[in-house]
Design a protein around this ligand. Structure first.
Ligand SMILES: NC(=O)c1ccc[n+]([C@@H]2O[C@H](COP(=O)([O-])OP(=O)(O)OC[C@H]3O[C@@H](n4cnc5c(N)ncnc54)[C@H](O)[C@@H]3O)[C@@H](O)[C@H]2O)c1
Length: 381
């Protein structure tokens, strides 16, 4: 029988973070207990809208509240690691939006803190719960793709005009959306695939005023990484500034029997290429076929199934737009997996060590680009 226990959740950061409030409110194993945001007026606006009484403007005060079981952090990137560490050390379970941190040292400290405290740490990576990823995974598990021969991820976004921690950010410091599906699809339960080393090249140059902040000159960073214990190599590409490209989060799996290629232009359906053979020849123009990706709401408890559709979050949240259009229906899957991990029903995916590996691929890739494409080993934590 499904557990009836409830986890008392606090959400920290109410931009993107607010999109998760109605999901926790509807989840049978969550109590959407507290909100935290520094701006009092905005905090109250959100608290009133969702009728959440416990409100904190000071994160450290929130951590002192013994009734908080778990924090879900959606603050700006530089705060992710320090806030996650403080929460683990305060005895809270932690869900944190991507990336885990911005240095290898931060990732190391978080993995150690998670092990020492025994609390759950989960990086809330949307792509590995998107319907496109879940579909590719299903094809692979059924044997339809055959042997995986190559993987490719790309995440391109124009971040002009975004909050002050973005301008000039090294593209690979936020690479988990393109790295994670490549490693997740090679993972088996209890046996996560981790990257071993990375080679990255920086290309082009962004505006001089943007370069100064992080001393990162490149418009595009593109990397290949080796997967430990596997003959598969993956390639990932990132851009954030001064690059003409519609938003793209994409993931391709090249298989020996079939290959899956995610979206190239928004709202275009993905494509499956099928290998022609002498026994079953396929005329060249018929090798690629567009495919409608199904929804995976059926994997979720009934009360949160509707949240795989962006419109449901918009209705519940009165939002005029959702960041990333709801990220492939991933939000309720993320909240559900985190709650189940806290309740000991299933492991967090990604757990702390895997979150660190996915994050460090990008950190080490940027280091490689800054060193002219030198191979950088990714520390094993
Ligand atoms: N697909 C994804 O996984 C995805 C999508 C969107 C955003 N994100 C991540 O979510 C995070 C937030 O994104 P956003 O666009 O909402 O950013 P934002 O800068 O608009 O919002 C940050 C929020 O955090 C709050 N905040 C800042 N410092 C705080 C502190 N010390 N204590 C409590 N609250 C604090 C702010 O008041 C604000 O509500 C970013 O790190 C971003 O990388 C991930």
């Amino acid at each position: 029988m499904a557990t009836t226990k409830k986890v008392r959740v606090a959400i920290v950061g109410l931009g993107f973070g607010a999109e998760f409030i109605p999901i926790y409110q509807a989840h049978p194993n969550a109590e959407m207990y507290a909100l935290c945001r520094r701006n009092r007026a905005e905090l109250d606006k959100c608290g009133d809208r969702y009728r959440i009484a416990k409100r904190y403007t000071d994160y450290n005060e929130l951590l002192k509240d013994p009734d908080v079981d778990a924090v879900h952090i959606n603050s700006p990137i530089p705060d992710h690691a320090p806030q996650s560490l403080a929460a683990l050390r305060a005895g809270k379970h932690v869900a944190c939006t991507v990336p885990m941190g911005t240095s290898v040292e931060e990732c190391r400290q978080l993995v150690e803190a998670q092990r020492q405290t025994g609390k759950v740490y989960m990086m809330m990576e949307t792509v590995v719960y998107s319907r496109e990823y879940l579909f590719a995974r299903e094809l692979y598990d059924k044997g339809e793709l055959g042997r995986i021969q190559f993987l490719r991820g790309s995440h391109q976004q124009d971040m002009d005009g975004w909050p002050d921690y973005w301008p000039g950010l090294p593209p690979m410091w936020y690479a988990t959306h393109c790295v994670s599906p490549c490693l997740a699809i090679l993972s088996q339960p209890g046996k996560p695939a981790h990257a071993e080393s990375v080679v990255c090249h920086g290309s082009g140059r962004i505006r001089e005023d943007l370069i100064k902040r992080y001393n990162s000159p490149f418009a595009i960073e593109t990397a290949t990484f080796k997967v430990r214990g596997s003959d598969v190599v993956a390639e990932v590409t990132r851009s954030l500034f001064d690059t003409a490209r519609q938003y793209r989060e994409s993931f391709d799996v090249t298989g020996s029997k079939k290959s899956f290629e995610w979206q190239q232009v928004e709202n275009e359906e993905p494509v499956i290429h099928t290998k022609s053979s002498a026994a079953k020849p396929i005329p060249e123009p018929e090798i690629p076929k567009r495919v409608k990706v199904p929804d995976y709401a059926r994997l979720l408890p009934e009360p949160i199934r509707r949240f795989t559709q962006p419109a449901a979050i918009q209705d519940a949240d009165h939002l005029s737009f959702l960041q990333g259009g709801g990220h492939g229906g991933s939000h309720p899957h993320l909240a559900h997996n985190f709650l189940m991990a806290v309740l000991g029903e299933q492991p967090a995916f990604p757990d702390a060590a895997t979150s660190a590996n996915w994050t460090m691929v990008g950190i080490c890739a940027h280091e490689s680009a800054m060193r002219g494409g030198a191979r950088v080993a990714i520390p094993e934590l």
